[in-house]
Each structure stands twice: as C-alpha cells, then as structure tokens.
Design a protein around this ligand. Structure first.
Ligand code: FES
Ligand code: FE
Length: 452
C-alpha cells in the first residue's frame, strides 16, 4: 500500500511527482478512488426510453447503463458471466436484450440472464440462471438529470457526495429549468495521467493567458487581451472554490461566452438574469454569467461558458480516453444550442484549438516524470494560498481570485484522503474537520508574510 501521506502535503500545497506516473499509485486509485467514488456516466436525456442504453467506463471497468421498464436507470458490468466476453459492443442504442457474441448467453435490460443456448441438452436443464446475471453497479442516481454510478454500496448518497458543490451546480443545472448534454461524446486518446487534465480543469486559470496565448488571439474575443498574461486583471476578477469530496472550480466574473465573443449567448444569459436572481439569489446570479473551469471529483470536468463537458477515463497511469459532450441549457433555442455546440467543438472538441494546446502539456507533464529520479521531486500548488478561507455567504473554502490553486489543493487533499481511508466510514469521520489543513496552510502563509 502506498503511503499517501508521503505524496501529498496538504497544508503546504505540495505533491510528489509520483502522483503522475506510478503503477502502484494507479492500482490503488482504481480500488480506492474509482472503486468508491461516484463517477459520471451519462445524461438522462440521452437514454429517455425503456431499453435505451449507453456504454461507459467506471475507471477501467466497462459498464452498460440502461433505462429500465419502470423508468429507473441501472448499470451493469459489461462482462459476460460465462467466460467474461464483452457483452455489448455498441456505444449506444436501444435493446431489449444484450446477447454475448461468444456463446450466445442473452441478458435482459435488467441484467438478468434470460436465455442461454443448449440449456436443456448441454446443462441438462439444471443451470442456475438466477445467479448468473450481469453484476449490477451498487448505486446509480441522477442529479438534475446528470447520471452517476458508484461501486461502493457504503458510499454517501449522490446529493451528499456532491454536498456543497450541488449548491453551485444548481446555478446552471437548475437556474433556467435544467441543463443537458449533446451527445454522443467525442472520444480521443491522450497519453497522460488522468489527474493532469482533472487538476487543470478544476483550478488552472493561470495557464490560460500563456498556454492559449496564440489561440485566444486568433479567436479574437474580449479575452484576446489576456494573451501572454499581460492584461490579466487580478482584483475582484473572480474566485476559486473547493468543497468537501474534492470538487471545485474557478470562475471569471462576467466571462460567459467571452472566449468566442458570442453575443447571442450573452444576450440569452443576461435576459435570464432577473428571474434567476429571484430564484437563486444574487451570488448565483453573479456566478451564472461567469466563465467556470470546474471538476466533479474524481474525473469529470467541465467549462461552463465555453460549455464543454468531459470525462477523463484512465487507461493505466499514463494514458486516458477523453470523452467530450457539449453542455447546453434546455431553455436555449435550437439555433443557440447548435451555435453553442459548434463553438464547444471548435474550442474543446477532439481537434479544438484550445484542446490541442492543452493536450501537449498534459502529455509532457506525465512523461517528464517517467524517470525514477524525477519522480522523487515535488510539484507546487501554493498559488493564492495566503488568501484562502471561509466566506460568510459562499460554501466551501474560497480563494480570492480565479488565478490561484485553491481547488488544486482541495482536489489533492481529498484524493489523499480517499487513497488512505479504509472505507467510507473513515472518510465520514473527517466531515467536520476537512477544511482544517487547508485553513492551517493559509494561516501559515499569512504568518510567514508577517514575519518577512
Ligand atoms: Fe459470453 Fe460465453 S463468454 S456466452
Ligand atoms: Fe487550457
């Protein structure tokens, strides 16, 4: 078992480079992070009818996510209980049964083994079909239509897992009557560790003016002035949030639609503001017109305002399969939805201008830590720590600006907690104290500044 305490110093915002390249760390992640956390699967609108299904990954485990006769959604391991063949090879569709291509065992939409060839003659009519259904994922639930699954029956409920992040998510998941995803997801391979893009999306406002300098100049919107980091406004330009269970985001005030300089999107959003302020209060109204870079722990990320929605499916410690949907609000007109989809694909689709900039860094951040001597080093996420703290009106720990690493620190704090904890009871025992190390780090940074 990896001693995670030696890999992550929560109070000081430091992580070992082993977190990006280490087979032992990775195996422990599959069991303790992907085996126990809620993982994004699909959106309800993509499987509206009985028998509608999509296939997905939960860590390295393949699953089939199926709408049941009673409207419920269930998920099953996509592995035949006969000899382990993949039962469903399609990405999505409608099926009343999933029939294995190897020997023809056939499973119903509820995962039960419905029929098998030669049941009478080869098994003498004595085979126990009831005990040979597809293994069901312990928990499947949806939050505002976004469907998640969890292998651990002892995990908290999905609303409790999202916790205070749900309050923030409601801004765009519920503010105008709901959000949905446009699929099917684009899929691509990146040769990087899954945490590199996860940490980038959850908290990296810092790289935008640098990594994307050329792209944002070419896109020509109001953000093009940020190229080269020359004009980034720091004070009151936004904030960062980290919440219980490692979720978080950074927001640039009034940044929605800015990357593409999209007047139609901004007009739509600002027209919603009075009703949204009434429904959700002034803070979430302010958030609604912001541009968010965000993460739902562990491997689901999105940009609200550029409207890409992603899952980083791990394929070993140094490869991922990226799945990308477009995020739209149900209340948008079909024309606006189509425009948002187009822009999301141009920016963060597989061949998107900004996606390509990021991909290069994701891969080299991983491969540069391949060497054992390099892996003995540490990485720094101390930016903005001095201003981290609680806020009188906003839940979680708040960092003062959108350029900071508050949500990095929260992400790795919880990653370390999950990697170390024996079970969810041990995690629950920290519910009252999870902020302590983060606040201690901020206090120490302040004290060091005073002493200097
Ligand atoms: Fe599926 Fe044999 S492996 S029927
Ligand atoms: Fe980026």
């Amino acid at each position: 078992m990896v001693k995670v305490n030696e890999l992550v110093d929560v109070a000081h915002g430091v992580q070992s480079k082993r977190v990006f390249w280490d087979q032992e760390v990775y195996e422990q992640e599959l069991e303790r992070v992907f085996g126990r956390c809620w993982l994004f699967l699909t959106h309800e609108s993509l499987i509206p009818n009985f028998g509608d299904f999509v296939t997905a990954y939960m860590g390295e485990d393949k699953v089939i996510v199926v709408r049941q006769k009673d409207g419920e959604i269930k998920a099953f391991l996509n592995s035949c209980t006969h000899r382990g063949n993949q039962v469903c090879h399609a990405d999505s569709g409608n099926a009343k049964a999933f029939t294995c291509s190897y020997h023809g065992w056939s499973f119903g939409a509820d995962g039960s083994l419905a029929a098998l060839p030669l049941e009478q003659s080869a098994y003498y009519g004595k085979f126990d079909k009831a005990g040979a259904g597809l293994r069901e994922v312990a928990k499947v639930d949806s939050y505002r239509g976004f469907v998640f699954g969890c292998f651990d029956a002892a995990a908290p409920s999905l609303p409790d897992y999202l916790g205070e992040m749900g309050w923030y998510l409601d801004t765009w998941m519920d503010g105008t009557g709901g959000a949905e995803l446009v699929g099917p997801p684009m899929k691509s391979i990146l040769r990087c560790n899954w945490k590199v893009p996860a940490e980038n999306f959850i908290g990296d406002g810092y790289h935008v003016g640098w990594t994307h300098a050329a792209a944002i100049k070419v896109l020509g919107g109001p953000l093009s002035g940020l190229a080269g980091n020359a004009e980034i406004p720091f004070d009151d330009a936004g904030l960062q949030v980290t919440s219980r269970h490692g979720h978080g985001f950074g927001v640039i005030w009034d940044g929605l639609g800015l990357i593409h300089d999209d007047p139609a999107y901004r007009e739509y959003a600002y027209a919603n503001l009075p009703a949204l302020t009434e429904k959700m209060g002034p803070w979430r109204a302010k958030l609604y017109t912001g541009h968010w870079n965000a993460g739902i722990f562990p491997n689901c990320s999105y940009l609200y305002g550029t409207n890409t929605f992603k899952v980083w499916n791990p394929r070993g410690p140094n490869e991922i399969e990226v799945w990308t949907w477009t995020l739209v609000e149900k209340a948008m007109s079909p024309e606006l939805k189509a425009e948002v989809v187009k822009q999301a694909i141009h920016s963060f689709g597989t061949a998107g201008t900004l996606e390509s900039d990021d991909g290069e860094n994701m891969e080299t951040c991983t491969w540069s830590n391949r060497g054992p001597q390099t892996r003995k080093g540490v990485m720094n996420s101390q930016m903005g720590q001095i201003n981290d703290g609680e806020h009188p009106e906003l839940p979680g720990i708040i960092g003062k600006n959108f350029i900071g690493e508050t949500s990095y620190r929260g992400f790795y704090r919880f990653w370390a907690e999950m990697m170390q904890a024996e079970n969810w009871d041990a995690v629950r025992a920290n519910d009252a104290t999870w902020k302590d190390a983060l606040i201690k780090g901020a206090a120490e940074a302040k004290a060091a500044e005073r002493a200097a």
